[in-house]
Design a protein around this ligand. Structure first.
Ligand SMILES: [Zn+2]
Ligand SMILES: [Zn+2]
Length: 292
């Protein structure tokens, strides 16, 4: 069955953030910022009302038969008013809580307030996989930070489309591929569920899908000599998979070892030490390289 994880409430996100913060004080400031962003996203998601994305039955059958994703990311719907409101909120949070992003938060927030920037074309350009360098230059902020802010603001809308589209996969056979069956994006994260089944979570729409237990999800290599993982005894709930064929890595959470609520986005940002370790070993993050 395709997974649609029940949304954590604002309170649950706050509680889980507190538990992780106690266990890993080094992430304190980062968690302060991101948990506020996640709570603002949860709030925004509750206000979103988008029409369903409809797929013609003949096209759906063709896509399922050929293992193709249901849509292209450019087809995701967003509510520009809600997304713009959230974008402004995230700018304010960055100014208050994220020293490294405060400058961008300030400039972007001011440009939005003064109507110097229409955010709508930025959202649609990013969904269409175009770069936003020109706009970033116009308000003198780094393009990757504009991308981060805009995607954070669009996340609730994209995820709500993903949840709606997942109903099309309800009776379809599991493809167990390394790309999202809904939008074709790379996974951001993997996890073992309580039965030890391996799932991937989409970096764009947050859809979760079953995948093969063995082999690299990025290059499909199943050569045992190429596949390794590392973990630490202090953090048995995490593993990092490394592939010597394509040199990508993937973080995994083992839910059987986790004694708190699982909020994947929070796990993702509080395991940056594992990203550094994998990158030190010479592996890269395929998610950051764009779409498959
Ligand atoms: Zn997806
Ligand atoms: Zn690989």
């Amino acid at each position: 069955m395709p997974q649609t994880r029940p949304e954590l409430t604002k309170e649950e996100i706050g509680k889980t953030a507190g538990i992780i913060q106690n266990a890993r004080p080094a992430y304190g400031a980062l968690i302060d910022f991101y948990s506020e962003v996640f709570m603002a996203q949860a709030q925004s998601r509750a206000n979103i009302s988008l029409p369903p994305i409809l797929i013609d039955p003949a096209l759906l059958a063709l896509k399922l038969e050929n293992g193709m994703p249901l849509i292209d990311p450019a087809q995701f719907l967003i509510d520009p008013v809600q997304v713009s409101l959230l974008l402004k909120k995230i700018c304010d949070l960055a100014v208050a809580l994220a020293p490294k992003l405060a400058n961008t938060g300030e400039k972007l927030g001011t440009a939005l307030t003064n109507n110097d920037l229409d955010p709508e074309p930025v959202f649609f350009a990013l969904l269409d996989n175009q770069n936003v360098e020109k706009t970033a230059k116009m308000i003198d902020i780094p393009p990757d930070e504009l991308t981060f802010f805009a995607f954070s603001a669009m996340a609730p809308a994209i995820q709500s489309c993903g949840a709606q589209l997942s109903t099309y996969l309800k009776d379809a056979p599991e493809l167990k591929k390394g790309y999202c069956p809904i939008c074709g994006s790379h996974p951001e994260f993997a996890f073992f569920d309580q039965d030890g089944k391996k799932f991937l979570m989409c970096s764009l729409c947050a859809h979760e899908w079953l995948t093969l237990r063995m082999g690299c999800v990025f290059c499909d290599s199943t050569d045992k000599n190429d596949q390794h993982y590392f973990f630490s005894n202090e953090e048995k709930e995490y593993r990092v998979y490394l592939c010597d064929n394509c040199h990508n890595y993937l973080k995994l959470v083992d839910l059987r070892q986790l004694n708190r609520s699982f909020f994947p986005k929070l796990e993702q940002i509080t395991t940056l030490h594992l990203d550094y370790k994998a990158q030190e070993k010479g592996y890269t993050n395929a998610t950051k390289k764009g779409r498959k």
